[in-house]
Design a protein. Structure first.
Length: 181
């Protein structure tokens, strides 16, 4: 049976591997994004071919898993993210969950298509402090159509504690610029 300590160590080992392969944070040029499927782009971050977003460095969270319709981000809740009550601000929860859901949607998009969040509902169910070394936002697509997609995500601790859950609706659109074959 896996203990929370074992799970945390597995998460930290996976994060260390991902971080060793990732390119520095930055914006991947649209000309490099357009010809790739969403899954190629997201998995490319894990493999060091495309750049992770700059804000994920600022908020100390990392992409750690990506497959068709599924993405996981892992984050470290620091005191720098506290609200005035001494717990992690809900905006940090929301950003981590939104990233997991949006990127899960992105993994199902063909080359030349993009998405944007059009609706986001976040439910915080337990306060989070740096006593919890890592949390994971696990996002899964519920529906992906030509113009709209929906997804859900959970924010979990290594012991399985649920800290928050969320749903999103994303608009899907053609990326600007020349069309690709």
């Amino acid at each position: 049976m896996t203990t929370p300590t074992d799970t945390l160590q597995q998460w930290l080992d996976q994060e260390a591997l991902v971080r060793s392969l990732m390119l520095p944070h930055g914006v991947t040029p649209l000309d490099d994004v357009r010809p790739r499927t969403g899954l190629e782009l997201i998995q490319g971050m894990l493999q060091g071919h495309t750049r992770p977003a700059p804000f994920s460095k600022l908020l100390d969270f990392w992409l750690v898993e990506a497959s068709a319709g599924h993405v996981a981000f892992q984050g470290a809740p620091h005191a720098e993210f506290f609200n005035p009550m001494g717990t992690v601000h809900g905006g940090w929860f929301a950003t981590l969950l939104d990233s997991a859901m949006g990127c899960a949607v992105h993994t199902l998009l063909p080359a030349g298509r993009g998405y944007t969040t059009s609706g986001l509902t976040v439910n915080l169910v337990k306060a989070l402090t740096p006593k919890v070394q890592r949390v994971r936002a696990i996002g899964n697509v519920l529906h992906s159509g030509r113009q709209m997609a929906s997804a859900e995500a959970s924010l979990l601790g290594p012991d399985g504690t649920l800290y928050a859950h969320a749903t999103t609706t994303c608009l899907i659109f053609d990326l600007p610029g020349p069309s690709q074959p």
